[in-house]
Design a protein around this ligand. Structure first.
Ligand code: TPP
Length: 581
């Protein structure tokens, strides 16, 4: 039966159809839907892990116990899981193991544009790079086969367009899941130096075998046509190449590590102009040049930044200079992201902006507090960094004799992911920062996934709910106070107290995400007689607020279809012109 599904859905479907037994991962666009779809299909056990490292490690355990396993994450998640990956490559697997990673060229929703193909080279593991939903489905099954045949984890890499675009998928025959023996094998699974040394030799030998496999595998194919132009490509770039040059010869790589050297040499020898089309890094081109094969058109004409398109491929083949594929679509109004109407983060950032404190931020919906008009977040690096960075700032402030205490803002999911250890360090090392944990009981930024604080698992079933206040106390923080960021005066007072009190101080807001938990309160109305048009309420940066069209000094109007009745704007109004309910 054929289905029209996204690449992510295809991977999930194939995981179930290919004898998958255990899946774990951490949400991150564009990878999130894989696990959500595995859960929806209900065929195979799956779970959210608190972070990518835990997800991969659990998948390792599942493989050692004899079950085909899958770990899913976005590209930056591999950084978190890399410690496990870099030694997993030595131990190899028992049952097949796939690390599925979704890259985000063009940074549609990511903090950087790193290319995961680097990790396949770094870890010396095979990587498959599907070009459409059907391949996403088929390659998932093949990834398990390669994993078991070569005793290696296999990386299955997608990019945003492959993960999210839909295409036709033909389902293959179902492989019934079987759990194999639970292996006890000390030299294979215990990476003490003496065992590790032997394993490294095996890893290098495995890579040569994988190279030989790449030369004959149907994953890599030559589409010989017009020999004036020959293009080597993979993944989504293949689609752009076919659109730009339907008559060119193409060497399509489905397996992007290791590379089939002989195949590439032969192909390059048959075409007049040899072009390499790859998004982001020059992974293919550098290796091909190192093989002594000429590349006529490559990264000199195709930018390292942003997505490739058919236009970019055409322009590059025509000799035009590289253009970063990051340009916004023309003639569309800009719609910068902002907090949802009713979001509890809005009240917090209204106060932080007013107090003008330095805010060490983190990654989540609250990162939008960095944008105007609040502009109240001053440093954001990676998940979990807010608390540790604030700690470092406080130490240097003390050395410099500065008295200002930094504020760290972090969400619940991010705190569980990698914030806990930062707070532990602050307590242990006698730090001095105010930490505000915005516990909206969901992983909001990626679409409202469950986490250890939401009280339910991936499938929605109830589970133990972690008590963040108790957890913070156990870490050794003496001052832990619950706040309500819908109450601006009380929030301001609590922040001031936290800033004045020396040592680690933690505030926890427990208002739920209004979108995830469908919270709706009576809307706000404006008394036009009292509104002076001063615009103080607009500092709330709420899309429900607008200005009336008429008059020299337009007054504020509330769109009742958008307003969620949080009442933050009513508290910013100095003329009592706004009423809730
Ligand atoms: C290492 C890593 N994994 C995953 C992501 C994707 N991601 C961005 S923000 C976020 C979590 C946000 O949840 P939370 O901290 O609870 O804040 P909220 O968005 O709910 O306010 C995730 C998973 C990422 N940016 N980096």
């Amino acid at each position: 039966m054929k289905k029209i599904i996204s690449g992510n859905e295809a991977i999930a479907l194939s995981f179930g159809d290919s004898g998958g037994v255990f899946a774990s991962g951490y949400p991150g666009t564009p990878s999130t839907e894989v696990l959500e779809e595995v859960a929806r299909l209900g065929q195979v056990y799956c779970e959210w892990a608190p972070n990518e490292k835990v997800g991969l490690e659990s998948a390792i355990g599942a493989s050692v116990a004899g079950g085909r396993s899958l770990a899913t994450m976005k590209h930056v998640g591999v950084n978190v899981a890399a410690d496990a990956l870099m030694t997993l490559t030595y131990t190899g697997v028992n049952a097949g193991l796939i690390l599925m990673v979704a890259d985000d060229p063009g940074m549609h929703s990511s903090q950087n544009e790193q290319d995961s193909r680097n990790y396949a080279r770094f870890a010396k593991v095979p990587m498959l790079d599907p070009s459409d939903s059907q391949e996403a489905y088929d390659f998932t099954r093949i990834a398990f086969e390669i994993s078991e045949q070569f005793d290696t984890p296999t990386m299955l890499r997608t990019t945003t367009r492959i993960s999210h675009a839909k295409g036709r998928v033909e389902q293959r025959e179902q492989i019934v899941a079987k759990v194999g023996a639970w292996e006890k094998n000390v030299p294979k699974y215990v990476m003490l130096p003496n065992f590790g040394k032997l394993k490294h030799v095996e890893v290098e030998a495995r890579l040569l075998k994988l190279q030989a496999y790449a030369e004959t595998s149907p994953l890599n194919r030559v589409e010989m046509a017009d020999t004036e132009l020959g293009i080597l490509t993979s993944g989504i770039s293949y689609q752009h190449v076919k659109e730009a040059f339907p008559n060119a010869s193409v060497l399509k790589l489905g397996m992007v590590h290791p590379l089939p050297e002989k195949m590439i040499r032969e192909f390059a020898g048959k075409v007049q102009r040899f072009m390499v089309v790859e998004e982001m890094d020059a992974i293919f081109e550098e290796q091909i040049r190192a093989m002594g094969i000429r590349v006529d058109i490559g990264k000199d004409k195709i930018s390292y930044c942003g997505e490739v398109s058919a236009d970019i491929v055409r322009a590059a083949a025509g000799g035009a200079a590289a253009v970063a594929g990051l340009a916004p679509v023309e003639n569309l109004p800009q719609r910068p992201p902002t907090f949802c109407p009713g979001c509890a983060h809005r009240g917090l950032f209204s106060i932080l902006a007013k107090l003008k404190t330095f805010v060490s931020g983190d990654i989540g919906c609250y990162t939008l507090g960095a944008l105007p008009p609040m502009s109240a977040m001053h440093c954001v690096v990676c998940m979990g960094a807010s608390i540790s960075a604030a700690h470092g700032m406080a130490k240097v402030n003390a050395i410099a004799g500065r008295t200002e205490k930094p504020v760290a803002v972090i969400g619940d999911s991010t705190f569980f992911h990698s914030g806990i250890t930062g707070l532990l360090s602050m307590v242990y090392n006698g730090g001095n920062a105010l930490v505000i944990i915005m516990d909206n009981r969901t992983t909001g930024m990626t679409g409202g996934q469950e986490n250890p604080g939401s009280g339910s698992v991936l499938q929605g079933d109830p589970t133990k709910q972690v008590d963040i206040v108790a957890l913070v106390k156990v870490l050794g923080v003496e001052n832990v106070v619950e706040i309500d960021t819908y109450n601006l005066a009380a929030t301001e007072a609590a922040i001031k107290k936290g800033l004045e009190t020396p040592g680690p101080y933690v505030l926890v807001d427990r208002n739920p995400c209004v979108l995830r938990y469908r919270v709706k309160q009576p809307t706000v109305s404006v008394d036009p007689e009292k509104c002076t048009g001063c615009r103080a309420c607009l500092k709330a940066a709420c899309v429900a607020l607008g200005l009336t069209a008429s008059g020299d000094k337009p007054k504020v109007a509330v769109d009742p279809n958008i307003c969620n009745g949080c009442g933050v704007c009513t508290q910013l109004c100095k003329f009592d012109a706004m009423t809730k309910g």
